[in-house]
Design a protein around this ligand. Structure first.
Ligand code: BG6
Length: 480
C-alpha cells in the first residue's frame, strides 16, 4: 500500500457486474433467434420439469426485457462507474439451430449495438461465449455436449464471434463454469440439461456420460484458446469454473481426503488446461470407476493451449466427509453444512474468508491471473419509498458484498494477481437454479414478479450508491 493508492486494489482493477443473455434478454423469438435449453425449463435447474415447447410461465422468455432496454441499463451501469461488464452471447441468436454454417447477421448486429453502448460509457466488455445457452436443437438432435460433434459447431460459433468482435473485445470466457458438467445432481436434477444439453437421460446421466460430456466441453474451451492465440493474438481468453471449496468436516484424515477429492472434481478442468493433460488423480478416478474417455490425438494437442487467465464464480463453501450418511440432506451442491456459517434463504452458505482461501489456492496452484467473475447474494427484496422514490434498503446485500470484497483485498495483499471483480446480477434477473424473479442480486431493482406481473421499471437500490462509492474510491470505502 502507498499514499497514492490507500487500498490494496491496483489502479487498473476491473470493477463491474456479470449477467447472461438467457436470464435477462427475453425476446426469445425475435431477431431470428432459435430456441435454447433454458426456453423449456420454466422452474430452472432445481425442478425436473422440462416442457416440450416454451410455456408462458417461463420467466426467461421475457427476462427483464434487456434485449430492448440494454441502452438504459448500460447507462445505469455507467452511472455507477463500472469499468467492466461480463455478459453472455445467446448462441441461438448467432446460430439459431447450432449446426448451421453461416451466422445470423441480425444476431451479430444486436451485439454490435450492445458493444457500441458499452464503449459510449467506457465499460470493458467481458464476453462469455456459452453460458447455459446451448441451442435446443443441439440438445434434441445430438444429445448436447455428450456428443463430440458439438466441438465443431462450437468452434464455428466462437470463430464467428472472434471475427466480428475481437477487434473491440479483449476479455473472453469460452464457457460458464466448466465444472457444472460434473455437478452432483441431488439438488439440481435439470443441471445436466441446462448446463450441457444432455437429454438421455436428462436427470441422471451415468458417470461415463458425465465425464465424456465434460471432456468435450473442456476440449471446446481449449479450442477457443487455441483459435485466439493463433489468429486473434490481441485478445485474452480465460477458462472458468465455479469455485466451491470443500473443508474437511473433521480433522479425521479420511475427511481431509474426502475434501481433497471433492475439490479435485471441480479443479481438474483447470489442472488439465494449465498442464496440457489430465492429472493423474483424474486418470485414477476414471480407471477405478470403469469410465473410458474418447480422447483423440487432436484433443491432446488442443489441451496444450494454456489460457491467459482463470475466471471463477464464488458464492459459497461446503464441507466433505468420508461418512456417506453425513452428506444426506446437506448443503446446496452436495456438500455438508458447515456449522460455523450462516446461509442465504436458499441455503447457500455465506463464507467471505472462503473467497480469500480459493484466490490463494488458485494462485499457488496455477500462477496465472485470476478474475472473480461472479459473486453475490440472492435475496428477497422489499420495495419501499424513500423521499418519494421507490428503492430497496438492502443492507444485507451490502454487507455480503463488502465482506467478500474485503477478502479479495486481503488476497491481493497476499500477493495474488486479481484482474477484477464482477458481482453477479448487477440488475435483477431471472434465477438460473429456480427460475424465480424473487431471488434478486441486483443493485438495480426490476419490477417483475414470480407470477410474471410487473412494469419492468428499474429502481436504484441502496446498494447502487454503495457500490458506486466502492468503485469510485477503488475499494477505499470498504469497511473492515
Ligand atoms: C451461477 C450461474 O452459478 O450462479 C448463474 O453462472 C446463476 O447463471 C448464478 O444465475 C446464481 O444462481 P441463481 O440460481 O441464484 O440464479
Amino acid at each position: 500500500m502507498n499514499s497514492h493508492n490507500p487500498t490494496p486494489f491496483p489502479p487498473n482493477f476491473l470493477w463491474g457486474g456479470a449477467m447472461t443473455a438467457n436470464q435477462t434478454e427475453g425476446a426469445y423469438d425475435q431477431g431470428g433467434r432459435g430456441l435454447s435449453v433454458n426456453d423449456v425449463l420454466p422452474r430452472g435447474a432445481m425442478s425436473p420439469e422440462r416442457t416440450p415447447t416454451p410455456t408462458s410461465d417461463n420467466l426467461k422468455l421475457t427476462g427483464i426485457d434487456y434485449y430492448n432496454r440494454f441502452a438504459n441499463d448500460i447507462a445505469l451501469f455507467g452511472e455507477m462507474g463500472f469499468s467492466a461488464l461480463r455478459f453472455s452471447i445467446a448462441w441461438s441468436r448467432i446460430f439459431p439451430q447450432g449446426d448451421e454454417t453461416e451466422p445470423n447477421e441480425t444476431g451479430l448486429v444486436y451485439y454490435d449495438r450492445v458493444l457500441d453502448e458499452l464503449e459510449r460509457h467506457g465499460i470493458e466488455p467481458v464476453i462469455t461465449v456459452s453460458h447455459y445457452e446451448t441451442p435446443l436443437h443441439l440438445a434434441a438432435a445430438y444429445t448436447g455436449w455428450a456428443n463430440r460433434e458439438l466441438i465443431e459447431f462450437y468452434g464455428r460459433y466462437v470463430r464467428a464471434l472472434y471475427d466480428r468482435f475481437a477487434h473491440r473485445v479483449k476479455y473472453w470466457i469460452p464457457f460458464n463454469e466448466l465444472n457444472s458438467a460434473v455437478m452432483p445432481l441431488q439438488t439440481m436434477p435439470m443441471a445436466s440439461f441446462m448446463c450441457t444439453g444432455i437429454t438421455a437421460p436428462a436427470t441422471s446421466p451415468s458417470e461415463q456420460t458425465v465425464f465424456r460430456t465434460a471432456h468435450n466441453e473442456l476440449v471446446a474451451s481449449q479450442l477457443a484458446v487455441k483459435i485466439a492465440h493463433q489468429d486473434y493474438p490481441q485478445i485474452k481468453v480465460g477458462s472458468m469454473i465455479g469455485a466451491l471449496p470443500f473443508y474437511p468436516a473433521t480433522p479425521n484424515p479420511q475427511d481431509v481426503l474426502a475434501a481433497m477429492d471433492a475439490d479435485r472434481r471441480n479443479l481438474f478442468f483447470i489442472d488439465a488446461a494449465i498442464n496440457g493433460k489430465y492429472p493423474g488423480y483424474l486418470a485414477r478416478y476414471l480407471r477405478d470407476n470403469n469410465i473410458t474417455l474418447d480422447i483423440t490425438d487432436e484433443d491432446r494437442e488442443i489441451l496444450t493451449h494454456t489460457p491467459d487467465f482463470i475466471a471463477f464464480s464464488y458464492y459459497m463453501s461446503a464441507c466433505a466427509s468420508a461418512d456417506p450418511k453425513l452428506g444426506e440432506g446437506g448443503a446446496f451442491g452436495g456438500g455438508i453444512v458447515n456449522p460455523h456459517l450462516a446461509a442465504s434463504d436458499w441455503g447457500w452458505q455465506i463464507d467471505p474468508v472462503g473467497l480469500r482461501i480459493v484466490l490463494n489456492q488458485f494462485w499457488d496452484r496455477w500462477g496465472i491471473p485470476l478474475f472473480v467473475v461472479e459473486n453475490g447474494l440472492g435475496a428477497k427484496d422489499e420495495l419501499v419509498e424513500v423521499n418519494g422514490q421507490p428503492t430497496v434498503i438492502d443492507d444485507y446485500r451490502i454487507s455480503y458484498l463488502n465482506d467478500h470484497l474485503v477478502q479479495v483485498g486481503e488476497a491481493i495483499q497476499d500477493g495474488v494477481d486479481v484482474i477484477g471483480y464482477t458481482s453477479w446480477g448487477p440488475i435483477d434477473q431471472v434465477s438460473a437454479s429456480s427460475g424465480e424473479m424473487s431471488k434478486r442480486y441486483g443493485y438495480i431493482y426490476v419490477d417483475r414478479h414470480d407470477d410474471g406481473t410487473g412494469t419492468l421499471e428499474r429502481y436504484r437500490k441502496k446498494s447502487y450508491g454503495w457500490y458506486s462509492d466502492v468503485i469510485r474510491s477503488n475499494g477505499a470505502t470498504l469497511t473492515r
